[in-house]
Design a protein around this ligand. Structure first.
Ligand code: GCO
Length: 255
């Protein structure tokens, strides 16, 4: 591991990491030497994810909590304080999708998607950054955006609003926390083969649209996000702040 990218001795909290992209980020950071703290809401998925990481000899533990619930987040950080565990890296990855035309969209569904995809990033990063500032350690915040951080697609308005918000929340974090040696950046995955997108992959027409719109001509694989996550979590990115890096096979580069 080149020293610039080495995460040995660092602790990373990755939200929504028992499956999908979150699990890929956790695995990638662990491969780079970090101890990882997983988060999810299903005991069964947590059990499975931790077993997989531990079987590879990685240092991993997990907390079941709702990333949109301030009290639950504060409880987890208080427990980490008690155990003298410092979170050096946060990946705000937890996300949900809810597809419905806006004319039929209920406020409660709008709110739920905004809470889980956007407000959670503020709450979790704030809890971690307060501690990074107090112990003067610096740190890394990585917020997960989307192609919808840049452009809209019909039927996913709350997700799009949240992911657009993620982009400027990331810049706000950079504006306020850079002076504390905290780097806040974002990753915008393109269309990636995950459970969340299974309905889209199975839809022939949508699948064709993705392959035709992506210069690479195919969906991305979760592992293809790892390099960018390790880079943004490591000292290789110590003067990079407030940026979104799109890992999208070239989608946003083209018309
Ligand atoms: C959708 C998808 C999105 C995309 C992704 C693209 O409905 O458009 O579910 O989640 O996969 O965010 O960057």
């Amino acid at each position: 591991m080149p020293p610039l990218f080495d995460l040995t001795g660092k602790t990373a909290l990755i939200t929504g990491s028992t499956r999908g992209l979150g699990f890929a980020y956790a695995t990638g950071l662990a491969q780079a030497g970090a101890s990882v703290i997983l988060n999810g809401t299903s005991e069964q998925h947590m059990h499975h994810a931790l077993a997989q990481l531990k079987a590879q000899g990685f240092n991993a533990r997990g907390f079941l909590f709702n990333v949109a619930n301030e009290d639950e987040i504060e409880r987890v950080f208080a427990q980490l304080d008690e155990e003298n565990i410092h979170v050096d890296i946060v990946i705000n990855n937890a996300g949900i999708q809810f597809r419905k035309p806006m004319l039929e969209l209920a406020l409660s569904d709008w709110q739920r998607v905004i809470d889980v995809n956007l407000t959670s990033a503020f709450l979790v990063a704030r809890a971690a950054a307060r501690r990074m500032v107090a112990r003067n350690s610096g740190g890394k915040i990585i917020n997960i955006g989307s192609l919808t951080s840049e452009a809209a697609r019909a039927t996913v308005a709350p997700y799009t609003a949240a992911k657009g918000g993620i982009k400027l929340l990331t810049k706000s974090m950079a504006a306020e926390w850079a002076v504390h040696n905290i780097q806040s950046n974002g990753i915008g995955p393109g269309y990636i083969l995950t459970d969340m997108n299974s309905a889209l992959v199975e839809n022939q027409e949508f699948n064709q649209w993705v392959c035709n719109s992506t210069p690479s001509g195919r969906w991305g694989k979760p592992d293809e996000l790892i390099g960018t996550a390790v880079y943004l979590a490591s000292s290789a990115s110590n003067y990079v702040n407030g940026q979104m890096i799109y890992v999208d096979g070239g989608w946003l580069a083209t018309l």
